[in-house]
Ligand binder design. Structure first.
Ligand code: CAA
Length: 287
């Protein structure tokens, strides 16, 4: 499968799992404008997965390279990580920011907002695998994944106030959503770092693994486990959860009801329920 070529990313694919590695170890994988542009391209490639069949059933494959010729689901999940070394991502690129005007800085932040929203809009799960520092924009990037796994060496933090800055890639929104307002305020105001286990105890991290290899293997295993389920149902569940964030309970239930209806209109639902009644394993067509 061809995912294109990149200067700052490595994109690999095996057994339904796409791994996107931010590859700027000399700058601790900091999010330069080039990294952000390339992440946007990758999100665009994956955004078409399952589209035609899930939404309209019109048979037209509008997907990018992430969707194969018959519109199925070759990619069942994405691992987002940083090149091996000290960091997952050490934040926004501080060197680039030193020469930005306020308007340019906002454009920079907006381009990363678009990437985080695109990751949340992907129809497949994204797992951030944090090995080393996830600071500032690195923590914010990880927060845009569906969930985070970490190695023992992971450290999380929002150190922007050390630089006279505030979180700019979504941290003031997504960190309180994930760990609660009080704890997010304390972390952002003090710039303190959390170890992997501290992050786990706050619900920021779903699993902590001894080594980088075990971390990546665990994330791939989780994606393969999810791949045994209905891809349309997983996509609807992801969308439903993300769209309900920040809404009232009643509005969230409206979002859920829409997803429930949409699931009822799929062949996957027919297959899943019929297989249950017939006491056999389902074979999901993915539409
Ligand atoms: N941007 C650009 N370059 C960075 C970087 C960053 N965020 N973080 C590290 N680097 C570079 C360093 O400048 C250094 O380059 P040189 O070798 O050319 O000097 C190289 O990466 C290695 O870094 P260190 O020598 O500093 O490594 P260390 O092990 O001594 O320290 C660290 C590691 C504690 C992570 C330290 O590098 C650090 O504090 N980095 C900055 C972390 C930070 O403040 N992140 C938030 C950025 S602001 C932000 O993200 C705003 C936002 O929300 C949008």
């Amino acid at each position: 499968m061809d995912f294109g070529s990149y200067e700052t990313l490595i994109v690999e694919f095996a057994d339904g799992v796409a791994t996107v590695t931010i590859n700027r170890p000399e700058a601790l994988n900091a999010l330069s404008r080039e990294v952000i542009d390339e992440l946007a391209k990758v999100c665009d490639l994956f955004s078409g997965l399952g589209d035609a069949r899930r939404e309209d059933g019109d048979g037209a494959n509008r997907g990018g390279a992430g969707a194969d010729d018959d519109g199925a689901w070759p990619v069942r999940g994405v691992i987002l990580t940083g090149a091996a070394g000290k960091a997952f991502v050490a934040g926004a690129d501080i060197r680039e920011m030193t020469s930005m005007s306020p308007d340019e800085a906002v454009a920079y932040a907006r381009s990363m907002h678009a990437v985080t929203l695109a990751l949340e809009a992907l129809p497949v799960p994204v797992i951030a695998c944090v090995d080393g520092y996830a600071l500032g924009g690195g923590c914010e990037l990880a927060l845009a994944a569906d969930f985070i796994y970490a190695s023992e060496s992971a450290q999380f933090g929002q150190p922007e106030v050390n630089l006279g800055l505030v979180p700019g890639f979504g941290g003031s929104v997504r960190l309180p959503q994930r760990i609660g307002l009080g704890m997010a305020r304390e972390l952002i105001y003090t710039a303190r770092r959390l170890t992997a286990h501290e992050a786990s105890s706050l619900g920021l991290v779903n699993g902590v693994f001894p080594t980088r290899e075990q971390l990546l293997a665990a994330a791939a295993a989780t994606i393969r486990e999810i791949a045994t389920k209905s891809p349309t149902a997983v996509a609807f569940a992801k969308r439903s959860i993300n769209e309900a964030v920040g809404r009232t309970t009643a509005e969230g239930l409206d979002v859920e009801a829409n997803a429930f209806r949409a699931a009822f209109e799929t062949e996957d639902m027919k297959e899943g329920t019929e297989a249950f009644v017939a006491k056999r394993s389902p074979v999901f067509p993915g539409r």
